[in-house]
Design a protein. Structure first.
Length: 344
């Protein structure tokens, strides 16, 4: 089939004058074909899309014209724009009239295992049109774009959303696996008592796990309500795809939760070892202070510049004082050792 004259190749990384990163038209049983935003909206306005066909438009909200173009052309619900400006970033999927609206948190394209390397993707699905928008490049949606460019076929917009959720679950499992490998290394070093303390790195990994769990965990109640009362155009197999994607995501989140619990146990072990080292250091400092007590006491008393200091005129006075101090120090050391031995 020849491409429509209005089809245009969209750059892989750039955006057009409306902030469109990529656009694709999907016809039943065929791979997606690149399309401009203007051509896509013209088709939608004329009802030129056949049954089982839809358009996916992916926007960069950092572009100054993107949101204005969506307001003017995309006919999106108010909840979509409210979510763009809202403070809540919790992941959720719910029905809004005849639309399916999703807020999806994902790791950025240059993710470096930092808890701040997370951003939000907003997705709206209705019959014939899928609109996604983000402010920062994201890994999961980039994987979806790569799958479309490879020729993967999608029959409905919900199938596209389900694929995006599965890609996100795969990314989450990859992060959990890489972080788990690092936790394994730290655990092995701690058991072998090698290397320096890992408190700072464990705190960073736990912060990452907590943030992933908090931001990427979808609201199951909203999804179940949407699936129990789906839009009229959603097919039964589409709803099943979303359930399966949600199950995959739940498994990935359980892996993150298990990783979080492991990190907490290692942090407790690290804190216990630090406390043990501190107690040992404090004990040694106390022992040195106690053993030095006789010589300090004798030096203080004999160093007073007053008359009547004993042994001041004795020819062996110095050695007598040294022997007395040594005997007192030895006695204290023996008593301390016996007390420590009894405790052990």
């Amino acid at each position: 089939m020849d491409l429509h004259p209005q089809l245009a190749d969209i750059g892989t990384y750039g955006a057009d004058g409306f902030g469109l990163i990529c656009g694709y038209r999907f016809e039943h049983g065929r791979p997606g074909q690149a399309v401009t935003a203007t051509a896509a909206m013209a088709w939608l306005g004329q009802g030129d899309l056949a049954q089982g066909s839809f358009v996916w438009l992916h926007f960069n909200l950092s572009h100054a014209q993107a949101e204005a173009w969506l307001h003017a052309n995309a006919d999106l619900p108010d909840d979509f724009y409210d979510a763009l400006r809202g403070d809540s970033r919790a992941s959720r999927i719910h029905r809004d009239s005849d639309h399916v609206f999703a807020v999806i948190n994902d790791v950025t394209f240059d993710f470096s295992f930092d808890a701040t390397d997370m951003a939000t993707l907003w997705v709206n699905v209705r019959q014939g049109l899928v609109v996604s928008a983000r402010r920062h490049p994201l890994r999961s949606v980039d994987r979806l774009r790569a799958a479309v460019k490879r020729g993967e076929r999608f029959h409905t917009g919900v199938a596209l959303l389900g694929h995006l959720l599965r890609d996100q679950a795969d990314e989450l499992q990859h992060i959990a696996r890489k972080a788990g490998d690092r936790v394994d290394d730290i655990e092995d070093q701690m058991l072998a008592r090698r290397g320096s303390p890992h408190g700072a790195e464990l705190a960073r990994l736990r912060h990452l796990a907590v943030r992933l769990n908090r931001l990427m965990s979808p609201e199951p109640g909203a999804l179940l309500r949407m699936l129990s009362n789906p839009p009229t155009w959603m097919k039964a197999d589409d709803a099943q795809r979303l359930r399966e994607a949600s199950d995959d995501f739940g498994i990935a989140l359980r892996d993150v939760t298990a990783l979080q619990d492991r990190i907490k146990l290692l942090q407790d072990e690290t804190a216990s070892r630090v406390a043990e080292e501190n107690n040992r250091s404090l004990f040694l400092l106390t022992m040195v202070t106690v053993l030095a007590l006789p010589i300090n006491l004798a030096a203080g008393l004999l160093g007073m510049n007053v008359g009547g200091i004993p042994l001041a005129q004795h020819p062996e006075g110095f050695w007598i004082v040294v022997i007395a101090i040594a005997a007192a120090t030895g006695l204290i050391a023996v008593l301390a050792w016996r007390k420590l031995h009894t405790k052990r």
